[in-house]
Design a protein. Structure first.
Length: 200
């Protein structure tokens, strides 16, 4: 681990945010496997030990830093209105978040896919990331069987769209505008939200 050097940032109120910003930049530039915790610490100007103190593992830091790409304004608005988001909204929001940053469009998804393929633990955490952070907007209460199945089906569809667009670069899914892709796949998402009714 990196020893505490002169001028290193101690643990304070802004330390966690500084680490997340540095981690996000490092993971997007270098990918999950190549990114080193020591490099994140250097960019955040903290001791490497603080990364483990705040986040536990490299994987947990990765998931938290990627979650920072997402905001839940539209999810919150839909809940306030007492409605389920339309499939077009869900797909559009999902793709916009991968393409709204300064990095190459889809670069963050590629980093997520790389992490998911690295270990079963990574895949499990990233499953939680897709279902809780993206699709469910951070809601933490347990899902019933039907809702869990619905979330899994929607998550699989969203990941498949992103995989085709950013990794496979497959046909119109890769070249069409976000609005066009959302219009094409929105009805499929709508089907999942209605075809699997809640039973509890």
């Amino acid at each position: 681990m990196v020893g505490r050097g002169r001028g290193r940032r101690p643990g304070d109120q802004g330390t966690r945010e500084a680490i997340l910003a540095a981690a996000r930049a490092t993971f997007l530039e270098q990918g999950f496997n190549k990114a080193a915790m020591t490099e994140v610490a250097r960019r955040a100007d903290v001791d490497t030990a603080l990364l483990y103190h705040y986040f536990g593992t490299k994987l947990e830091l990765f998931v938290e830093s990627m979650a920072g790409l997402y905001t839940q304004e539209r999810q919150a608005a839909a809940r306030a209105e007492g409605r389920v988001r339309a499939g077009v909204e869900i797909v559009s929001d999902f793709l916009h978040k991968w393409e709204s940053g300064p990095e190459e469009p889809g670069r963050a998804f590629v980093a997520l896919a790389q992490a998911a393929s690295s270990s079963p633990e990574a895949a499990a955490l990233l499953n939680e990331f897709v279902t809780q952070r993206i699709w469910r907007g951070g809601k933490a209460e347990p899902l019933g069987d039907a809702a869990a199945r619905r979330a899994a089906m929607i998550g699989a569809q969203l990941v498949g769209i992103a995989w085709a667009r950013y990794i496979m670069k497959l046909g119109p899914v890769a070249t069409d505008s976000i609005d066009d892709v959302a219009s094409s796949f929105g009805p499929t998402i709508d089907n999942f939200t209605t075809a699997i009714p809640d039973t509890n």
